[in-house]
Write a protein that binds this ligand. Structure first.
Ligand SMILES: [Zn+2]
Length: 298
């Protein structure tokens, strides 16, 4: 049986070898591109194509025209893996079909998909230099863009987000704070979350977000786990913080409602008990990992 502490967070554990050295060797990338073993990730717009085995779909690289820009994802099972960089895809919205497909992937396969999705999206939105406005060119096998006018180099960005449980009380009496946003499915509650701002540590961002959204002061912030979240390119940093005062002042511009739930209530929610006071986030979301690991700590 897999324990809660060894269950991988969603989108983590990809088996891709990212072959960073190849990104700096144009001749090697060119050889990989004509390698008969090379494969192209199958994407339907930005949705993954999931095979009967529950894995990602791949096709022979020679099915794609020579002038289609590609990013080198890396090597997997000793075969070069690429993704096509399709202009204009970043405007596509997330759909129930997308998340249904992700639910069928293992965390490791979802991690490979996350790498590709975030790269494709970043290229689609960074065709012009933020330094001088000139059109940019792809370089480093798709892991950057360079400006031919001012020489500036640009690299795919990752935006850090803190997601956290505030805990009040200890042991069997411990409760954690959950909240729901207006757009959540009926009954769903999750951990509170927010983007880090320039100049903040993870600990400071956790404390600020919990104070802004729920009016509580926390201390003893500790890190539990992280996951990439490719919509478009966040790093979710999951933490637990302690508070000595459970009085809430909810910011209703951010949250529809927030409430304290006990260990038994979190356990019931994760077990799918219809009597549970909330529906948990899906298994591929780090909030699910956060609840699971917090419970396992006892
Ligand atoms: Zn420039």
């Amino acid at each position: 049986m897999t324990s809660a502490l060894t269950t991988a967070p969603g989108f983590t554990g990809s088996l891709l070898d990212r072959v960073d050295a190849a990104r700096h060797d144009a001749a090697l990338v060119a050889a990989m591109r004509v390698d008969a073993q090379a494969l192209l990730l199958c994407l339907d717009e930005l949705r993954p194509s999931v095979g009967a085995d529950g894995g990602l779909g791949w096709t022979a690289l020679d099915t794609v025209a020579n002038d289609v820009p590609l990013a080198l994802l890396g090597r997997l099972d000793d075969r070069p893996r690429f993704v096509a960089l399709t202009p204009g895809v970043s405007a596509l919205r997330r759909s129930p079909e997308l998340f249904a497909a992700i639910t069928t992937l293992s965390p490791a396969e979802a991690g490979t998909y996350a790498t590709a999705r975030s790269l494709v999206d970043w290229h689609a939105r960074h065709g012009f230099c933020p330094n001088c406005g000139h059109a940019t060119d792809l370089f480093r096998a798709g892991w950057g863009r360079i400006c031919p006018s001012c020489g500036a180099e640009h690299f795919p960005r990752v935006d850090p987000v803190v997601i956290m449980l505030a805990q009040h009380g200890e042991g069997a009496h411990a409760r954690v704070l959950v909240g729901r946003q207006p757009g959540f499915p009926a009954g769903r509650y999750s951990a509170l979350a927010g983007f880090l701002e320039p100049g903040e540590s993870v600990e400071a961002a956790v404390a600020r977000e919990l104070h802004e959204e729920a009016g509580i002061r926390v201390h003893s912030v500790r890190y539990l786990a992280s996951q990439p979240w490719p919509f478009p390119s966040q790093l979710m940093i999951a933490c637990v913080a302690l508070t000595d005062d459970d009085a809430l002042v909810v910011d209703h511009s951010e949250l529809e409602e927030a409430k304290w739930v006990t260990r038994d209530e979190v356990a019931a929610a994760l077990a799918g008990d219809p009597a549970a006071p909330f529906l948990p986030p899906p298994a591929y979301a780090i909030a699910h990992t956060l609840f699971t690991r917090w419970l396992a700590e006892g």
